[in-house]
Design a binder for this molecule. Sequence first.
Ligand SMILES: [Fe+2]
Length: 217
Amino acid sequence: MFLAEQVILDLPWKDREFYGNFLAQTYYFVCHSTRLLARSMSHFQTDREGLYRRFLSHMSEEDNHEKIALSDLKKLGFSLADFPESSYTRAFWQSQYYLADTSKGTALLGYILFLEAVAVETYPKLIEHLYKFHGKKCCQFLKVHVEEDPDHVLHAIEEIQNLPEADKKEVWKNFEQTAKIYCEILKDASENKELSVPHSFMETNLAVENNQQNTIN
Ligand SMILES: [Fe+2]
């Protein structure tokens, strides 16, 4: 079975709050898709023309997709303020900027491949249920991605196979990292317990600790 698939299928998709949180977290990281592609593309020299062209067309396909997730969220009756961006979501996209630079652009293929594979392999198993639970009008983000050409996944794999061994290794490492963090984002959204410690609480506790330290010294 496809890595991460069972974790995704086991989530409480019927739960309106969970589905809303899923859409919000999706919005937060999809905002970075075209920016990450641009960052990676800037590293490709003319010897990486094939990858450059692929990322360029992917960029136009991804354009404005975050707005579809946001529109689904609003139609579901929520706003972004109802679901703050989780630490897992931030870790998900932030690490990709680092990898885009250290891998000279190629590592992003692992991130792209995972998200495309989930779209064409896993979400088709859920989509009809989601239409029933929340109405088709609230499922446009997944609908667009489920209907994506499955050949995209094969092309991404071909691109990876053509890379030098060292790059290939980095891509697959990023694929695994992407899969694991993606599952954590969704599991966290289902538990709905983002750890939110007010700054004032932290500051008070640090002040108490410092005082105790001073007394001991
Ligand atoms: Fe997309």
